[in-house]
Design a protein around this ligand. Sequence first.
Ligand SMILES: Cc1cc2nc3c(=O)[nH]c(=O)nc-3n(C[C@H](O)[C@H](O)[C@H](O)COP(=O)(O)OP(=O)(O)OC[C@H]3O[C@@H](n4cnc5c(N)ncnc54)[C@H](O)[C@@H]3O)c2cc1C
Length: 359
Amino acid sequence: MPRALRTLGRLVKYSVGIGGGLFLGDILINDEFDSSVTNRFRQRISAEQRAMEPRPRVLILGAGWGGLSMVRKLHTDKFDVTLVNPKNYFLFTPLLASTTTGRTSKSSIIEPVRHFCKRADAEDVRFIESEAVSVNLESQTVTCRDISDMHTSNDSFDVPYDYLVIGVGAEPATFGTPGVKEHAVFLKQIEHSRVIRSRILDALETACIPGQSDAEIERLLSFVVVGGGPTGVEYAGELADFLKRDAKRAYPPDIASRCSIRIVEGLPHVLARFEPQTIEYAEKQLKKENVILECDQFVKRVEAGKLTLSHRVTKESSTVPFGVLVWVTGIAAQPLVKDLIAAIGKSTPANAPLQEHTV
Ligand SMILES: Cc1cc2nc3c(=O)[nH]c(=O)nc-3n(C[C@H](O)[C@H](O)[C@H](O)COP(=O)(O)OP(=O)(O)OC[C@H]3O[C@@H](n4cnc5c(N)ncnc54)[C@H](O)[C@@H]3O)c2cc1C
């Protein structure tokens, strides 16, 4: 066989091997193995067959990671699937922190929910942009509310279900700390990212206004993160990068050099639930970026431009001025979930009624 043909043969062999490996790796890593297999063997059910045997109605609340995984895996010729979510997009949270400084564009981390609802090989999923307000277990309906600005006489309506899937996620935890909701920004939604970005820029610009006092400049340029978990650490890193590089180039030297970043954490270390090596590495990197770590400090209250802290051990009180405060101390259950737990009773092992009504 001519040499050129042999080389071509080898090239094809290697390409098929590498391509196949990448394909398999991708479906395994991205948890798509079962979807790929079920899609392949999924059989269409004709409209006549479906008319003879009505499809059970599955109602999925929430188009986040959990809700959309469910949407993608259900065979919609067998189930009549409805998805309810207050926004018509899915948010890729792992990159949210980097959108606060503009390093990643906001539009690149959202994906229209309706893309996930279209099916080439089966019935589409019905999408309703609204917020689920309450679950009525007796009538098997969920009361939903249209929270858009398009007010109509149909702002509140009921959606029936045979099976209910609740994937509404969680809301930021404040532990009842006074002033958090009024003066801090959470980092959970795309809107939060927009607010944080605009506050960072406003703080820098306001610090540049002629006649600004030293104390006010120090306060404005004090960027505080409450919560030393993965989100807080990631955000602080992004901010340090932004201030050190972009802000340093754009703003006068006496402004950029006076910026400070501080992480306030109630436990002795940031990333407290991680391996000691990870904690050590993260703290070393943060200190290298001049991020101040205020560990063992609990926030007692938040006022306009000022935090009051209490030391976990000594109980000593101190205050920290801030220009921008980001609150990322973890999550708490949504009101809808709390109400449902109250109606049904606590979770396992007494969750039998929940299992009867939900999948
Ligand atoms: C900044 C940030 C970074 C993160 N990075 C990572 C990471 O790198 N790796 C990782 O594993 N995890 C990460 N997480 C955590 C991850 O995002 C969550 O674990 C995950 O989103 C939980 O999925 P979920 O489906 O339960 O809820 P979500 O993904 O929060 O989805 C809930 C959905 O329900 C909707 N909803 C809320 N209320 C209602 C209602 N009443 N009716 C109808 N719909 C409602 C919401 O709008 C949302 O679309 C990060 C989180 C944040 C905030």
